[in-house]
Design a protein around this ligand. Structure first.
Ligand SMILES: Nc1ncnc2c1ncn2[C@@H]1O[C@H](COP(=O)(O)OP(=O)(O)OP(=O)(O)O)[C@@H](O)[C@H]1O
Ligand SMILES: [Mg+2]
Length: 228
């Protein structure tokens, strides 16, 4: 599903290089649920950015569903991200001028589908995250845990094969964080369409919370850009 082969990432110009990842190998199978942990600055976010083609490796290759991100154009990467990958961030990144339902449906409408055609699916996802009665709320009318549940519902509107979440519980109290983890584990068991037919979704989450990480099926620990 996702393969990082000998991936290194160096930021900055010659003379001011910051090595962020060094020779990372990681194979993610359908149905995997992986927690990525490690100290601040060890390269966790960098790894997620490479895993969705938001950034490209300096060395090595990242394959998403068999295609190397370095071989694709920006447009192809954008299309692939939109259809195959769901992203969740620590800061939720909801659009403040859109309601909960409109935020959830947004990736589908950006992909060219009509709002009307996506309302049912959007409402279904609102129900899945327990927010059926918050449909018309704006982000500033939601609690942190609710906002993150909307962000998770949004990440799933395209039924992605791969779900990447960067500190999805980082801004939440531990109870809300555990509830978000329940949802991610539940949605990690869902099947999505792939070129090879239906396969189980793969989930990668970055967390510094041991309680959250312990609930993942696999753990990857990074230190100074190296898998340890
Ligand atoms: N755009 C950038 N330009 C230059 N250096 C960067 C850039 N992004 C990240 N870095 C550096 O790369 C290293 C890894 O950063 P990264 O954001 O992946 O860490 P992280 O493990 O996600 O940390 P945190 O837990 O604090 O979020 C850090 O030393 C950081 O300063
Ligand atoms: Mg980070």
């Amino acid at each position: 599903m996702l393969l990082l082969r000998h991936v290194s990432k160096v930021y900055g110009e010659t003379g001011h290089e910051v090595p962020a990842l060094r020779h990372v190998d990681l194979q993610v199978e359908p149905g995997d649920f992986i927690a990525i942990t490690g100290p601040s600055g060890c390269g966790k976010s960098t790894l997620l950015h490479l895993a969705c083609g938001l950034d490209l490796p300096t060395d090595g290759e990242v394959f998403i569903n068999g295609r190397s991100t370095t071989a694709l154009t920006d447009d192809q990467l954008t299309t692939m991200r939109r259809h195959e990958i769901g992203l969740v961030f620590q800061s939720f990144n909801l659009i403040p001028t859109l309601t909960a339902l409109e935020n959830i449906v947004l990736p589908a409408t950006l992909g060219g589908r009509s709002f009307a055609s996506q309302i049912d699916q959007g409402r279904k996802l609102l129900g899945c995250v327990g927010l059926e009665n918050r449909e018309a709320h704006y982000p500033d009318q939601l609690s942190g845990g609710e906002a993150q549940r909307v962000a998770i519902a949004r990440s799933l509107i395209m039924n992605p094969l791969i779900l990447l979440a960067d500190e999805p519980t980082g801004n939440l109290d531990s109870e809300s964080g555990m509830a978000i983890m329940d949802l991610l584990l539940e949605f990690g068991n869902v099947e999505a369409d792939s070129p090879r037919g239906k396969v189980k979704r793969s989930t990668l989450i970055v967390t510094h919370d041991e309680g959250i990480a312990n609930r993942a099926r696999r753990r990857v620990r990074l230190k100074d850009g190296i898998v340890v």
